[in-house]
Every structure is written in C-alpha cells, then in structure tokens.
Design a protein. Structure first.
Ligand code: HEM
Length: 127
C-alpha cells in the first residue's frame, strides 16, 4: 500500500530487533569498538538502538518516551569517534543489513541512511 511506512514495509519491530541483534554480535568481537560499550548492559544497549531505529522509521515512539529527544550527536560526546570507529561501526552494520535480505530498494534506503548517520556522528579528527 502506498502510505505504508518504511517501518511496516521492512517487517516492523521484528526486523529492527534482528538487525540490531546481528550488529551487536559483530561489536562484541571488535577490539576497537567493544571497549566503548557497557558490557554489563548489552541488552540495554540493544534495546536503545532498536527503539531509536523503530521510532526513526515510523514505528512506535517508545524510544523518546523512555529517553527523550534523541540528540544523538550529544549522546555520543562521551565516545571518541574517528573514521576508524565509524568504519568499524558501519562494517558490522553492513553485515547486519545484508543479513535481513530485504528487497533491494528497501535495503538501499536503510543502508544510505546508516552511512549518512554514521558520518554525522564522527566527533574526533584523524590524527
Ligand atoms: C549509543 C557508539 C553511531 C545510535 C551508543 C553507545 C556507544 C555508541 C558506545 C553507548 C551504548 C549504550 O549504552 O546505549 C557508536 C559509534 C558509532 C555510532 C562508535 C560510529 C559512528 C551511531 C549511529 C546511530 C547511533 C549512526 C544512529 C543511526 C545510537 C543510539 C544510542 C547509541 C540510539 C543510544 C542512545 C541513548 O539513548 O542513550 N553508540 N555509535 N549510533 N547509539 Fe551509537
């Protein structure tokens, strides 16, 4: 249907949960990224990223009910994100996106957004 949200088109909450689960499987094995994440609250981190993406793409607004306005660049200030961290993040996210086996057009839209968003999160210049 024409007015269907992207959220519905890709399969709703279950799809974003699968995406983020797969993404974090890569992150926990990444020596550059994993030290940045809260090892004791991996489930919480999965939940926050899933709920953000769900809200961003037109699903329920649970993320902001719990966390307020996303302000993602500000929330990433505590972490040093240079091009190496960005590229590692995108590598795991690319694996995760491909694992969904979405129709090409939906896959491209999701991936293009993630690339753009990851570039906008860089907060440290390369040495
Ligand atoms: C949180 C790293 C890019 C969305 C986090 C956390 C880390 C992190 C270490 C804390 C985990 C937690 O406790 O929730 C990075 C790195 C990135 C990156 C290294 C590389 C560019 C992105 C992008 C998005 C995003 C592109 C959105 C598309 C989020 C969200 C949270 C989060 C929604 C939870 C915010 C909150 O409510 O506290 N990120 N991130 N991140 N990240 Fe990223």
């Amino acid at each position: 249907e024409e007015s269907q949200s992207f959220y519905d088109a890709v399969g709703g909450e279950e799809t974003f949960r699968r995406l983020v689960r797969r993404f974090y499987e890569g992150v926990v094995d990444d020596p550059l990224l994993w030290p940045m994440y809260p090892a004791e609250d991996l489930a919480g981190a999965e939940d926050r990223l899933s709920l953000f993406l769900i809200q961003y793409w037109g699903g329920p607004g649970t993320y902001s009910e719990r966390r307020g306005h996303p302000r993602l660049r500000m929330r990433h200030n505590p972490f040093v994100i240079g091009s190496a961290e960005r590229d590692a993040w995108l590598r795991h996210m690319h694996d995760a996106v491909l694992s969904l086996e979405l129709p090409e057009e939906l896959e491209k839209r999701l991936w293009d957004y993630l690339v753009y968003a990851a570039h906008s999160m860089v907060n440290a210049p390369d040495a």
